[in-house]
Design a protein around this ligand. Structure first.
Ligand SMILES: NC(=O)c1ccc[n+]([C@@H]2O[C@H](COP(=O)([O-])OP(=O)(O)OC[C@H]3O[C@@H](n4cnc5c(N)ncnc54)[C@H](O)[C@@H]3O)[C@@H](O)[C@H]2O)c1
Length: 428
C-alpha cells in the first residue's frame, strides 16, 4: 500500500458544477445503486453507452426486473437523468463504475469497458473527488489498471488529491429480502483515507459498511464469494451424476446433511450454471493465478464439471425417451423455465441455451415455457412457446414460483426434473 504524507481529506465530496454522483453503466448493478443514492437525497446522473438504455430510462421505462417503471418515474421526478453524451455530465463529486467485465475470446479478462469508464472519469476528476469501481475483476485492477489511467489523464494523485476504492457489488437479482441497503457493503481503498472516503459515501444508504485492508482484499472478497459457490455447486453436480448410478437419492442426502446446525451449507445440483457471477467471474481469478505460472485447480475443475451438466441433462433425457420407446430424434421436448435464475428474466449464460442447442443437434423439436421470457431466440432461431401437455418430454430447468408444479406433473407425458422439486418426475 502506498504511504502518503498528505492524504486526501476525507469528506463526502460535492461539486457545484455537477451531480453528487455519476453512475457509469446502468444495468443490474448500476440502476439499483441509482435508486438508493437518490433515496438518500443525492443528485445522480447515469451514463451508459447504450442509447436504448438511456432513452428508455429517460422516458420512464425500466430494463431491469428489480427496478419498476414506477420507480424510474420517481427517479426522474427527483431530477435523475440518464445520458449517453459525456459532455452533459458536468463534474460529479463521486463516480461509481458499474460496467460489464466480460471475457475475451480466449477466456481472459476484457477490461475495455472499465478502461473507457476510467477515461470518462479522469476527464472530470477534481481535487476531493471519489472514484469507486464496482465491476467484478481480478485483484490488483483498481491499483494497477484504474489508478495509472486516472492519474495520467487528470494529472492528480490517487490517495493524495482524489480517493480511489473498490467496492464489490453483491446484488442478487430477484431477491426480495436483500438489496443494497441491507446487504453489508465491503469497501477497500488504495490508501486508508480512500477506504474512509468510500465508507462515508456508502454509509449514506447502506446499513453496514465493512472496511477491507485495501482495494485488493475487497476485489478478492468478491471473487472468493463467487468461487465458493461455483466450487460447491460443482461438488454436488458431480455427486448427482454418480449418485444416479449408485442408486442414491442425493437430494435426500443434502436434506439430511443440511440439518447439521454448524459447518455445512447446502448447495443443490442443477442443469449447469448461468448468469455472470458463477460461470464468468472465477475466470478473472484463475487468470490472475496463471500469471504466477500455475493453475487455480479448484476453479478449473469446477468449470469443467459445471460446463458438462447441460450435456449430462441431454443424455438423461435421451435415456428417458428411449425407455419409453421413443428416440430423441423427432421427439418434442419442452424446456420449462429457461432463465439462469429462479423468478428472474435474466437469460445471460443460461444453461438452457446449451440444452436447447444439443436437443436441436440431435434432431429433437424444441419448445419452451417461461412466464418471464416473452421471446426466446437460440442461435438466431426463435424457440416456439408451447404448453406442457403438447410435449413428449418436459425438462424442468428452472422452477419459477409461478409454476403450478402439481398441474405440470399431471399434464406432462414424461417429466425430467433437474431441480428436485417434483414428486413424480425423474430427478437429476
Ligand atoms: N448482475 C449481477 O448480479 C452482478 C452481481 C455482482 C457483480 N456484478 C458485476 O457488476 C458489473 C456490471 O454487471 P451488470 O450485471 O450490471 O451488467 P449489465 O450488462 O446489466 O449492465 C452494464 C451496463 O453498462 C453499459 N455499458 C457497457 N459498456 C459501457 C461503457 N464503456 N460505458 C458506459 N456504460 C457501459 C451497458 O450498456 C449496460 O447498460 C460486472 O462486472 C458484473 O460482473 C454483477
Amino acid at each position: 500500500m502506498t504511504d502518503h504524507a498528505r492524504p486526501v481529506q476525507v469528506s463526502v465530496p460535492s461539486h457545484t458544477q455537477g451531480p453528487d454522483v455519476l453512475v457509469i453503466g446502468l444495468g443490474y448493478v448500476g440502476l439499483p445503486l441509482v435508486v438508493e443514492a437518490i433515496r438518500a437525497g443525492l443528485t445522480v446522473v447515469g451514463y451508459d453507452i447504450s442509447p436504448a438504455v438511456v432513452s428508455g430510462l429517460n422516458s420512464g421505462q425500466s430494463h431491469i426486473a428489480d427496478v419498476s417503471a414506477g420507480e424510474i418515474g420517481g427517479l426522474l421526478a427527483q431530477g435523475f437523468r440518464a445520458t449517453a453524451d459525456e459532455d452533459t455530465i458536468g463534474v460529479p463529486g463521486t463516480i461509481v463504475i458499474c460496467v460489464p467485465t466480460p471475457l475475451t475470446a480466449d477466456g481472459g479478462p476484457d477490461l475495455a469497458a472499465v478502461v473507457s469508464a476510467a477515461e470518462i472519469s479522469a476527464r472530470r476528476l477534481r481535487p476531493g473527488s471519489l472514484v469507486v469501481l464496482e465491476s467484478t475483476t481480478y485483484p490488483g485492477t483498481t491499483d494497477e489498471v484504474l489508478r495509472p489511467l486516472l492519474e495520467k489523464r487528470s494529472g492528480l494523485s490517487a490517495g493524495l488529491d482524489f480517493s480511489l476504492a473498490f467496492s464489490p457489488e453483491r446484488i442478487d437479482p430477484g431477491n426480495p429480502d436483500f438489496g443494497i441497503r441491507n446487504t453489508p457493503k465491503v469497501v477497500g481503498g488504495i490508501t486508508p483515507s480512500c477506504t474512509e472516503a468510500a465508507a462515508l459515501f456508502y454509509g449514506q444508504f447502506c446499513n453496514e459498511v465493512v472496511r477491507a485492508a485495501s482495494a485488493r482484499e475487497a476485489e478478492m472478497a468478491k471473487l472468493l464469494e463467487n468461487t465458493y459457490r461455483h466450487i460447491n455447486i460443482a461438488l454436488v453436480n458431480e455427486m448427482a451424476i454418480f449418485c444416479h448410478e449408485l442408486g442414491v437419492d442425493l437430494w435426500d442426502a443434502i436434506r439430511c446433511a443440511a440439518t447439521k446446525p454448524f459447518g455445512f451449507q447446502p448447495f443443490f445440483p442443477g442443469p449447469g450454471v448461468g448468469g455472470h457471477c458463477i460461470p464468468i467471474d472465477p475466470n478473472y481469478l484463475s487468470y490472475k493465478v496463471r500469471t504466477l505460472g500455475y493453475p487455480f485447480r479448484f476453479v478449473e475443475l469446477a468449470q469443467e464439471i459445471n460446463h458438462r451438466m447441460p450435456g449430462y441433462v441431454l443424455s438423461r433425457a435421451a435415456a428417458m425417451l428411449n425407455r419409453h420407446g421413443k428416440p430423441l430424434k423427432g421427439a418434442h421436448v419442452l424446456l420449462l423455465g429457461v432463465t439462469y435464475k429462479k423468478d428472474s428474466a435474466d437469460l445471460r449464460e443460461s444453461p438452457a441455451v446449451f440444452v436447447a442447442r444439443g436437443l436441436r443437434a440431435s434432431g429433437a423439436y424444441v419448445s419452451y415455457n417461461d412466464p418471464h421470457v416473452d421471446q426466446w431466440i437460440v442461435d438466431g432461431e426463435p424457440v416456439e412457446a408451447a404448453a406442457v401437455e403438447t410435449a413428449d418430454l418436459v425438462i424442468l430447468l428452472q422452477a419459477h414460483s409461478a409454476y403450478d408444479l402439481e398441474a405440470v406433473e399431471r399434464s406432462a407425458r414424461l417429466l425430467f426434473d433437474t431441480r428436485g422439486v417434483t414428486t413424480s418426475g425423474e430427478v437429476l
